[in-house]
Design a binder for this molecule. Structure first.
Ligand SMILES: O=C(O)c1cc(=O)[nH]c(=O)n1[C@@H]1O[C@H](COP(=O)(O)O)[C@@H](O)[C@H]1O
Length: 285
């Protein structure tokens, strides 16, 4: 978390989401290339042009799995490129399983071909589905982001179910994770167990931020899902307690310009800077 914190101090809090689809890649960029090269070259163009204006990259694995082996080759090469350039990555894999299988997921995404710095996890199978990741968190400086309050409309179906004491289910999950994280706080003031908190739910952002002061947030929902920038600002904790993911709005920004196909990276960069400014501007309102 200290490494991420430092990146935010240098480059701001934007997390570029590499939800890369062949649908967004212009035909001329695809010519005479394999699917893995098409996906990787597009990512490289985005990474090369945004690495000094963002904190971290989130690679959403479904976009690569859906292209089979070729997609996974692009996934592997993208993570390697990020590591080789000393850039941080989140493997957005949203895993959840019994302890033995969770250990294998930890090994799969915290070492080897698919090594990333952080992983996203789904907590709904219980704490024994989270604890197997601790070995890598403690020994290999890795971190996780666990789903707390997701950005999708269906988030209310289960996350917000009321318990006997009238509290919402997701707070029980957050409290358990906080207990674990409290033992692992580093010099940044945060610990390696972060929470995914979508910025699309306006009502509770202040309460969540207050309750989980030492927990770092991965904040999706800004950009294509149209979350309000003030909500994002409130979740950020003085602009350094989280990263704000934006995927499609950054990757597809070039489609808004006549010369976009020749300047995919430039327009992605512009969008990162604009995203940062728009959220920061809430501090001077
Ligand atoms: O864990 C996530 O990253 C995530 C959690 C959540 O609550 N909502 C959410 O949109 N995401 C991811 O964040 C990204 C959002 O993409 P855009 O809407 O294009 O910015 C996608 O990769 C989603 O899978």
């Amino acid at each position: 978390m200290e490494r991420l914190y430092k990146k935010i101090e240098e480059n701001g809090f934007v997390c570029v989401g590499l939800d890369t689809s062949l649908d967004y890649i212009p035909e001329k960029m695809k010519k005479n290339k394999s699917v893995s090269e098409q996906l990787f070259d597009f990512n490289k163009e985005i990474i090369d042009n945004t690495k000094d204006v963002c904190a971290i990259y989130k690679v959403q694995i479904a976009y690569y799995e859906s292209y089979g082996i070729e997609g996974m080759l692009a996934y592997k090469n993208t993570l390697k490129y990020l590591r080789d350039n000393d850039l941080l990555s989140i493997a957005d894999v949203k895993r959840s399983d019994i302890a033995q299988s969770a250990s294998q997921y930890a090994k799969a995404h915290f070492s080897g071909d698919f090594e990333a710095d952080f992983m996203t996890l789904n907590p709904y199978m219980g704490m024994d589905s989270i604890s197997p990741y601790l070995e890598f968190i403690k020994n290999k400086d890795k971190g996780v982001f666990v789903l707390l309050r997701t950005s999708n409309p269906g988030a209310n179906d289960f996350e917000c179910l009321r318990l006997k004491d009238d509290s919402e289910l997701f707070y029980t999950i957050g409290d358990k994770l906080k207990e674990l994280n409290d033992k692992l706080i580093d010099n940044s003031g945060y610990g390696p167990i972060g929470l995914v908190v979508g910025a699309t739910h306006k009502e509770e952002v202040e309460k969540i931020r207050q309750r989980y002061k030492n927990m770092f947030f991965l904040i999706p929902g800004f950009g294509a899902q149209k979350a309000d920038s003030l909500n994002v600002y409130k979740l950020l904790n003085s602009l350094n307690g989280g990263v704000v993911n934006s995927s499609r709005a950054i990757l597809k920004n070039y489609l808004n310009y006549d010369d976009g196909e020749d300047k995919i990276g430039d327009y992605a960069r512009e969008k990162c800077i604009e995203t940062r400014k728009e959220i920061q501007s809430n501090g001077i309102l």
